[in-house]
Design a protein around this ligand. Structure first.
Ligand SMILES: [Zn+2]
Ligand SMILES: [Zn+2]
Length: 142
């Protein structure tokens, strides 16, 4: 058993499977129930309206949606923010634009790594030693 500070309320608690304290878990469950109950009666509201009506933060509601606990498929006006640029989205964690950018960045990074690896394999030990010798003589000149 390990004592840790709850990242949500800052209180000391015995850290278990969950990374927040039992009190916060209870509060989040209550928030969840409130949201679900309100959504049942008002299926066409936005996240902002839901937040104002229930007092649950937009961030927490977004978390419920990302965790798959609240499904927005039945609520046409509910959008949450793209993690990267904040654009309104209804699925995943990023908008298509940011997702594309991220994929391209990963591809570019992989290309660089592949090139470095290929270069490293092509450098023969002799070439490396010559280069080292050149570098050392350069240093002496200074
Ligand atoms: Zn807590
Ligand atoms: Zn985005």
């Amino acid at each position: 058993m390990k004592l840790d500070y709850c990242p949500r309320c800052g209180k000391l608690f015995a850290r278990g499977i969950r990374d927040i304290c039992p009190n916060c878990i209870k509060e989040i469950e209550e928030d969840y129930e409130k949201c679900v109950a309100y959504l049942k009666e008002h299926p066409n509201i936005t996240i902002q309206q839901l937040s104002e009506a229930t007092g649950v933060s937009v961030r927490q509601i977004t978390r419920f949606i990302r965790e798959g606990r609240i499904s927005i498929s039945a609520h046409p006006n509910m959008y949450y923010s793209c993690e990267s640029c904040g654009a309104p989205i209804r699925e995943g964690s990023m908008c298509p634009k940011c997702l594309k950018k991220l994929t391209e960045e990963i591809k570019a990074q992989q290309a660089i790594e592949a090139r470095l690896k290929a270069e490293a394999q092509h450098v023969r030990p002799e070439t490396y030693q010559i280069k080292q010798a050149e570098r050392q003589s350069e240093r002496k000149d200074r």
